[in-house]
Design a protein. Structure first.
Length: 423
């Protein structure tokens, strides 16, 4: 018997069922593309959710690639340009500027007169000190003459005593006469000793002191006329003609503005790495198109504590020679410059950022990330370093990626995910 496949009469006879079926088919036909897009988006979200769930246990890290390039180990500082051989003159005492013979900026030659100070008081002082020396010399001559006379008197008294003693032994002189002769010897000896061992040495000491004061007075008198110590330029003329000045007042400065040096302070750690003759790059973006190459000229033998913007620091004073430039130099005394002390240079060095290297029980380690995200702990041997990079001598290859700032979660064998901003 064949199955009955006829449609029930009630279906065909129900108009509302026919309308519903027609609307449903029409809806799917109209929104088919949107429904397919929604299904694709839903599938993508499911896949992404599954991927993220798998990645949830990975440690995010930043990495850097080990590169090979030229390398410098440097120390950086700032400094101020100064005249190398600066002659500075100050008033020796309270006085007045009698005459000004040059102008600020004038070129002067060696021994040329620059200023003349009032010499009236200095001349009187020098004359008085000279007179005191002469008087003391006269007293010394007189004392030496007295010594000769007193020596003669002593010798005569001693001879008279010896004769009286012989006479007394023969009965020709009395004991009283011998005692009187002895008294004369004692008195003559005392006068001789006083003059010879007290008065004359005192006068000589006084003369020595007076001569020192006389020389100083003469030096002051000579210094009243200020002469240029060498060929140079008047860099500072701080006084005017007729001006009264106190002792210690700056009068003038003379030097060669083309012959410069730089003085700076370097912290004790960096200064310990410097040696005389080390190269120094001198830069000033506003004045120099190219760096000047100077050299370390002097390193102070002791350190000193100075106040800086970062607080008190122990620094060592360093002086740097500045090479001469052709034509008129754009660098002037008082200008500030940047300094780069070049300690070591290498044409090729394997470098990683400083923050990639950690110490553990005396070992230096880096953590290398493989293609599969698995971390490998590597012990490395380091070399030179600067403020940014560390040289790796052995234990690492060019192109390998190392983790930056690894924390306690980073260990050999763990799996990580590299952040998008890493190299």
């Amino acid at each position: 018997m064949q199955p009955d496949t006829s449609i029930p009469n009630n279906v065909h006879s129900d108009p509302s069922a026919q309308r519903f079926s027609g609307k449903k088919g029409s809806f799917f036909r109209r929104h088919r593309k949107k429904l397919i897009a929604a299904l694709i988006l839903l599938g993508g979200l499911v896949i992404a959710s599954q991927f993220l769930s798998r990645q949830g246990g990975l440690i995010p890290v930043n990495t850097a690639e080990a590169v090979q390039k030229s390398f410098e180990q440097n120390v950086f500082a700032n400094g101020k340009l100064e005249v190398k051989d600066l002659a500075e003159f100050k008033a020796e005492s309270k006085t007045k500027v009698q005459e000004v013979l040059v102008k600020h900026g004038d070129k002067v030659s060696k021994s040329q007169a620059i200023l003349v100070m009032d010499t009236s008081t200095l001349s009187v002082e020098a004359s008085q000190k000279g007179l005191e020396c002469k008087e003391l010399k006269a007293k010394i001559i007189n004392s030496e003459s007295n010594i000769r006379l007193l020596q003669q008197a002593y010798d005569l008294a001693q001879k008279d005593y010896d004769n009286t003693k012989i006479l007394m032994e023969s009965g020709a002189a009395s004991l009283k006469e011998l005692e009187e002769a002895e008294q004369k010897v004692t008195e003559a000896e005392e006068k001789l000793v006083v003059e010879q061992e007290a008065n004359l040495p005192l006068l000589k000491a006084q003369l020595e002191q007076a001569e020192v004061l006389y020389r100083k007075a003469q030096e002051k008198l000579q210094k009243a006329t200020i002469l240029s110590p060498y060929d140079g330029t008047v860099l500072n003329l701080a006084v005017k003609e007729g001006q009264e000045v106190e002792s210690g007042t700056l009068l003038t400065q003379i030097g060669n503005p083309a012959d410069l040096l730089i003085e700076t302070g370097i912290n004790e750690v960096d200064a310990a790495q410097l040696t005389i003759g080390d190269r120094v790059e001198i830069t000033n973006s506003g004045l120099l198109s190219e760096p000047l190459i100077g050299s370390v000229e002097t390193i102070a033998p002791t350190a000193e504590v100075v106040s800086t913007a970062q607080g008190e620091q122990t620094q060592v004073k360093i002086k740097i020679s500045v090479p001469a430039t052709e034509g008129e130099s754009p660098l002037k005394p008082g200008f500030n410059v940047n300094l780069k002390f070049i300690l070591h240079q290498k044409e090729q060095a394997l470098l990683v950022p400083l923050e990639a290297v950690v110490e553990d029980d005396g070992r230096e380690l880096v953590y290398v990330v493989g293609q599969d995200g698995i971390v490998t702990e590597r012990e490395v041997q380091t070399g030179l370093s600067n403020e940014l990079f560390m040289e790796i001598v052995s234990g690492l290859e060019v192109g390998e990626k190392v983790i930056l700032n690894p924390d306690e979660k980073i260990k050999d064998g763990v799996q990580v995910i590299v952040n998008a901003q890493s190299n």
